[in-house]
Design a protein around this ligand. Structure first.
Ligand code: E4P
Length: 213
């Protein structure tokens, strides 16, 4: 499973890459707004830190606007992945960009049929939002399982990018059902390291070592 970090905060990315676990980055307009900086500046800086796919989302809602934004974003770096909303325009643009060899990440996916549309139009990644589905009492992980089954039935190469990940259990379950990638906030990646028995065990080993000297 690949690990992406889901943030617009370059300091978090700089810290996370030290673990050697980060394969790519996802951003969205809300995360960029939180950084207080321009998207192009943030994305350029990220591309200097991480050598892997970096998703940058378009703001336009019409085909021509999305294409114009995509062409500007794609110029920033070869690793840029154009993030498109799962709308009629977004899915049309996905086809046009895929045909040109430009990587895409279709976002705001909440149903298996939406994921099928993205795969048919050659999306590089589909982003099902697990946490937001759980928030409204649905089963986010069931969506990942359904998409996995559909993609495997037809041999689609679109990668399932588990998004809106809120905690380590989401990561474990997404890995169990075969998501290709999990994109996680910095804090969730940190949680993956933690187990109280690791801390207790290490403390005991160090104390025993000290007492034996
Ligand atoms: C994914 O690409 C999105 O940026 C993100 O995972 C959304 O997560 P949220 O539901 O916590 O905002």
């Amino acid at each position: 499973m690949e690990f992406f970090i889901d943030t617009g905060d370059v300091n978090e990315i700089k810290e996370a890459v030290k673990w050697g676990l980060i394969d790519g980055v996802t951003t969205n307009p809300s995360l960029i707004a939180k950084s207080g900086r321009k998207q192009a500046d943030v994305i350029k800086e990220i591309s200097e830190i991480v050598d892997g796919p970096i998703s940058a989302e378009v703001i336009s809602t019409d085909v021509d606007g999305m294409l114009a934004e995509a062409s500007e974003l794609a110029k920033i770096h070869d690793n840029i992945v154009i993030k498109l909303p799962l709308t009629e325009a977004g899915i049309s643009v996905c086809k046009k960009l895929s045909d040109k060899g430009i990587k895409t990440n279709v976002t705001l996916c909440f149903s298996p049929n939406q994921a099928l549309l993205a795969a048919k139009n050659g999306a590089t990644y589909i982003s099902p939002f697990i946490g937001r589905l759980d928030d409204i009492g649905h089963d986010g992980m069931a969506l990942i399982e359904e998409i996995r089954a559909i993609y495997d039935n037809y041999g689609f190469s679109t990668q399932i990018l588990a998004a809106s990940v809120r905690h380590g259990t989401h990561v474990r379950d997404a890995a169990m059902v075969g998501a290709d990638v999990a994109t996680m906030p910095y804090k969730v990646i940190q949680q993956l390291f933690k187990h109280p028995l690791t801390d207790i065990g290490l403390e005991k080993f160090l104390a025993d070592h000290k007492n034996s000297q």
